[in-house]
Ligand binder design. Structure first.
Ligand code: 7PJ
Length: 287
């Protein structure tokens, strides 16, 4: 059984979990800021090396972020974000046979992304900025709609829910309806519960435990827990020491129906997912 999904010019089989490597072209991302961008300029050699390593390790998507959503991060001017994202896409587009994803909320970025070689619009604001729905529709690219309570700067101050599963579920179905109304067909939509975005540990764990309910929407699920605070809270470990916890969370999510795992640590995540796939294969189940 396969479940082919089109990302612009490329297709991936989402019946088996795919790994998305994170490339932050920012000065201040929480776990790897400043490595690919220095003095406001992209370090092209470093970006190519990092991308190549992730592709060799088994990433089938690369997620490019030009503006950090870390609480307290400096905001980047939209023109600057367009410029950075455009340069990164130009460097990567013809060199690697992977889907290039743009982690952005900016209609101006969406407007240039398809022609620049992107295959996915990944928006933590679920296309809520003015003009974002229209720009995404016109791009013809698929979109990942993520749930976030509040705004990045303050979302962790006091997150509250009556029923986190119901609230995240209904937010995402409303956003899907808005997309469909704006002319983005369901076949071009992925969903993400937004781990760590306006959520306490108990909320994150409830969402992970019940990921199958989100997968029941029939739309592919993307998740990102890599190095996040929830893993620090569970293990007591600092950001750079959360690899094992990240792999465990990836495998648990894939087992509950996640199709795409967004991670800083591609090789270890691919290995973890191979254990799950081996288990399924041995049971004659696919995946
Ligand atoms: C996510 C994201 C996530 C999606 C970030 C970080 C913060 N996009 N962009 N899902 N997180 N779709 O990597 O810790 O969880 S930025």
């Amino acid at each position: 059984m396969t479940r082919l999904f089109s990302f612009g010019t490329r297709q991936l089989d989402l019946a088996r979990p795919q790994v998305m490597g994170i490339l932050n072209i920012t000065a201040d991302s929480f776990s790897d800021g400043g490595q690919l961008l220095a003095g406001g300029r992209i370090n092209g050699d470093a970006l190519l090396r990092r991308a190549e390593a992730m592709v060799c390790e088994g990433a089938s998507l690369l997620d490019l972020g030009a503006e950090s959503t870390r609480p307290g991060a400096v905001s980047v001017a939209e023109s600057e974000e367009v410029e950075r994202m455009g340069s990164a896409l130009a460097l990567l587009r013809s060199r690697f046979d992977v889907v290039l994803s743009v982690d952005s909320s900016s209609p101006a970025v969406f407007a240039m992304a398809a022609a620049a070689g992107a295959g996915l619009l990944n928006d933590v604001r679920a296309l809520r900025r003015d003009g974002a729905l229209e720009a995404a529709r016109d791009s013809g690219l698929p979109v990942c709609l993520m749930h976030m309570q509040g705004e990045p700067g303050t979302m962790q101050d006091d997150p509250r829910y009556h029923d986190v599963l119901a609230e995240v579920g209904s937010f995402l179905s409303e956003r899907v309806a808005m997309c469909v109304e704006a002319g983005i067909p369901r076949e071009r939509i992925l969903l993400d519960p937004g781990f760590g975005f306006g959520k306490r540990l108990e909320h994150n764990l409830a969402l992970l435990a019940n990921l199958k309910a989100l997968a029941a929407s029939g739309l592919p699920i993307l998740v990102g827990m890599s190095r996040k605070r929830m893993l620090g809270e569970l293990t007591g470990r600092a950001t750079g020491e959360r690899l094992a916890a990240g792999v465990a969370s990836a495998v648990l999510a894939a087992e509950r129906g996640a199709s795409i795992i967004r991670t800083h640590d591609v090789a270890a995540t691919v290995d973890g997912l191979k254990v799950l796939e081996g288990l399924y294969r041995n049971q004659g189940r696919h995946p």
